[in-house]
Design a protein around this ligand. Sequence first.
Ligand SMILES: CSCCC(=O)C(=O)COP(=O)(O)O
Ligand SMILES: [Zn+2]
Length: 239
Amino acid sequence: MSASTEQEDALVTSTDPLHPANLISELCASFYNLGWVTGTGGGICIRTDDKVYIAPSGVQKERIEPSHIFVLPYPQAEPSPHTDRIFLRRPKLNLKESACTPLFWNAFTIRNAGSCIHTHSQNAVMATLLWEKEKMFRISHQEMIKGVRIGGNGRTLSYLDTLEVPIIDNTPNEEDLKDSMKEAMEKYPSAAGILVLRHGIYVWGDDWQKAKTQTECLDYLLEIGVKMKLAGLPTVLNQ
Ligand SMILES: CSCCC(=O)C(=O)COP(=O)(O)O
Ligand SMILES: [Zn+2]
């Protein structure tokens, strides 16, 4: 092994379970069990001060190993959907970085996020269908609203706040969601996530713990919102 390969591999090799490469493997496996990243879709990325750790595309996300992780320097020119990116480390296997990379980058540059999660949860997909006309999922008076942060990185919402999550249209290629996701994040600075019609949701946070907590709270709220709507109950109560 050349010295440079050894140095590159050291970026994803650690006995620390909290190293981003170990965390991505572990979290993707647990997200799979929640039905969030089945069929290879979805995932999580983690950003430190100067590096971004990203999983491969189109692989069984619950079986990712730390050696499969890509490492990119941060900051770097916005990885647009169809241009080359700079890598500090690529896996030896013939893998490509997640197609979600430009979307994850939106969360880093627009919200200064330290982590972003993309799920294909059926709760998210059902919510996009039931709130398709409004282009906005809305729910109030639920305890779990208190686990969601304004804009994904601000103070937590109050029980008396109404949660709003914008819905954008899907595109045939994941990468092409970048501009409409950016537009929605800028138009709705308080939004803690972006739903994608018939596809899923993107949620971010200051770090992986906050991104995970908010994804769990949002998924819970989407699930109960869908159940309430199907039961004919209003999801928003008058204050
Ligand atoms: C059946 S997955 C379709 C593509 C998709 O929605 C997705 O999230 C892909 O993510 P990847 O990290 O595998 O590029
Ligand atoms: Zn997806």
